[in-house]
Design a protein. Structure first.
Length: 193
């Protein structure tokens, strides 16, 4: 045997000791062996775990779309109280529209998120028709969105979404709540059919 004891050597000595203890007590039924455990977390492991947790936390904070701004849009507040809304994406989904409403509320700007059932449009909206593979006339939804809007206190920003909110349709800005034109949902029908 070498001066340095291997795991196998230590295990053999421990097992021989356990056998001697059991043989010395007559009539004892063998039970589970007590397990000698090393502490799982030592200095290096604790430091490594803390470093990994810190890196993961930093990645969550710095990732796009985290709490302060959505990647779909940006808000710029001005000294005169106006807010510039810039769209980074063509479509702002309903969750981002609602988050935008919460961000604009302190500036006195209301946001109305309207959701239409599948197959409906607002009365008076232009509808473009096409033919599907079965040669049936079907409406094509279009999306109207200005890429940059300047909003003032008292303005109302209205989002209209098609198909239970799965498709953004249009965005309108009204000077006040009294000026908002309500969206009356209608099923479009092709003219001249």
């Amino acid at each position: 045997m070498t001066a340095r004891r291997t795991f196998e050597d230590r295990l053999l000595v421990e097992l021989q000791g356990e056998i001697e203890r059991r043989e010395s007590v007559p009539g004892q039924v063998p039970g589970p062996l007590p397990v000698a455990r090393r502490p799982v977390l030592r200095g290096r492991r604790i430091a490594m775990a803390a470093g990994l947790c810190a890196a993961a936390g930093l990645a969550v904070v710095l990732s796009p779309g985290t709490p302060a701004q959505s990647p779909a849009y940006a808000l710029e507040r001005h000294e005169d109280g106006t807010v510039t809304l810039t769209a980074h994406e063509q479509y702002i989904d309903v969750d981002d529209q609602r988050a935008l409403a919460r961000q604009l509320r302190p500036n006195g700007i209301e946001v109305d998120v309207q959701i239409l059932r599948p197959g409906y449009v607002c009365a008076g909206d232009p509808v473009i028709w096409a033919q599907d593979p079965q040669r049936e006339r079907v409406p094509i939804s279009t999306y109207h969105w200005a890429r940059k809007l300047t909003l003032h206190r008292g303005n109302v920003l209205v989002f209209v979404n098609f198909n239970d909110g799965s498709e953004p349709h249009k965005v309108d800005v009204y000077p006040t709540g009294a000026d908002v034109e309500p969206c009356v949902p209608v099923k479009p029908t092709p003219s001249g059919s």
